[in-house]
Design a binder for this molecule. Structure first.
Ligand SMILES: Nc1ncnc2c1ncn2[C@@H]1O[C@H](COP(=O)(O)OP(=O)(O)O)[C@@H](O)[C@H]1O
Ligand SMILES: Cc1ncc(C[n+]2csc(CCOP(=O)(O)OP(=O)(O)O)c2C)c(N)n1
Ligand SMILES: [Mg+2]
Length: 312
């Protein structure tokens, strides 16, 4: 009998989403599973609504000894990063916490301080949630569901890339486990500036490592990619492999038409002097090739080739 570790996360989601595909499309659905957020037409003339849900689990996404404030920040920042990846901003958030009964009250309260600090920083509000338990000895879990907005003419999907586009990445990659995975700043301002001034064709945030996420963007766009490994901007002390595979960079991966990037470099440096924007390759015609490594929930070392079916 097949288990999740045999097929990995991508194949699991693909099989679940295939089942969904058989049902009637719901009213107002513009973009369903496969992108950083779902996109909904709620009748607003200028904007689409964005929907996202995302969970973090003790022992998987953060060590049990991590301060509650940092855990809370991370839980909200991950969702905010997904809104930014669509060219949008967060609005209302719902918080689900599942805690073992022996957890200290003060710890859970400190998670809430972190949640709120991050939500406020990005103009989002916490409008409710759900509180439940896991058995004593079980792992805590925090899940954030949220709504956001994007101007219709500023929506950027993973699937919009075209052959010849130049692929850029913000910031530096690798080594997030040293602390950045808890304290990162979602690239909301950068995304807003890009969609206003340079209109990316495709965009996503990097959570599972460039090795997983670049093939996903290319695959969603029906293309292959060329990657210049030497150009990948690395966190100090990180190897190219670490930059490709560590994951949780929460930077933006962007494809831009090559004839629209004149002036991007200097305008970016003027607007964001402390953050790199680096061209690392391009989108090219052809069948998307997987890259080895990166993060996949469930996948065991012994299972089939990593990244063999980039989901889109
Ligand atoms: N259990 C699920 N049922 C339906 N869709 C899912 C499920 N899990 C993930 N997805 C969809 O698959 C895509 C990839 O998920 P995920 O890797 O969590 O996205 P991200 O890296 O942007 O957080 C998303 O569009 C998400 O909505
Ligand atoms: C204790 C601990 N172990 C390992 C990691 C590294 N890690 C955990 S999940 C993950 C990938 C991103 O998580 P995922 O749930 O796949 O994010 P999504 O793609 O859904 O945004 C990484 C690199 C960590 N942050 N903490
Ligand atoms: Mg996920």
């Amino acid at each position: 009998m097949k288990r999740l570790a045999d097929i990995g996360e991508d194949a699991l989601i693909a099989s679940l989403v295939e089942e969904l595909g058989a049902s009637e499309p719901s009213e107002g659905l513009v973009v369903g599973p496969g992108d950083d957020c779902a996109v909904i037409d709620v009748g607003d003339v200028e904007r689409w609504q964005l929907l996202k849900t995302d969970a973090i689990v003790e022992g998987v996404h953060y060590a049990a000894a991590t301060s509650g404030e940092r855990v809370g920040w991370k839980a909200v920042a991950r969702v905010v990063s997904d809104f930014a990846a669509m060219g949008g901003t967060p609005s209302q958030l719902l918080v689900t916490i599942a805690m073992p009964p022996n957890r200290e009250l003060a710890y859970v309260q400190s998670i809430y301080r972190g949640l709120q600090r991050c939500a406020r920083s990005f103009g989002a509000g916490i409008c409710g949630g759900e509180t439940t338990s896991v058995p004593d000895g079980g792992c805590a879990m925090i899940s954030i569901a949220g709504t956001g907005w994007v101007q219709k003419d500023q929506l950027v999907l993973r699937s919009g890339g075209e052959a010849g586009d130049v692929v850029f990445v913000t910031g530096r990659l690798g080594g997030s486990i040293q602390g950045k995975h808890l304290d990162f700043t979602p690239r909301v301002e950068e995304s807003a500036w890009l969609v206003e001034h340079f209109k990316p064709r495709a965009m996503m945030d990097l959570s599972d490592g460039l090795a997983q996420d670049l093939p996903r963007l290319a695959y969603a766009s029906g293309l292959n990619y060329r990657l210049d490994h030497e150009m990948i901007p690395r966190t100090a002390g990180c190897s190219v492999d670490a930059a490709l595979q560590d994951g949780e960079d929460f930077e933006l991966l962007i494809s831009m038409p090559s004839n629209k990037i004149a002036g991007l470099d200097s305008a970016w440096r003027e607007r964001f002097p402390d953050l790199d924007l680096t061209a690392i390759g391009s989108l090219i015609p052809g069948k998307c090739s997987p890259l080895a490594g990166g993060w996949e929930h469930f996948r065991s070392e012994s299972s089939e080739e990593p990244g063999a079916s980039p989901r889109g």
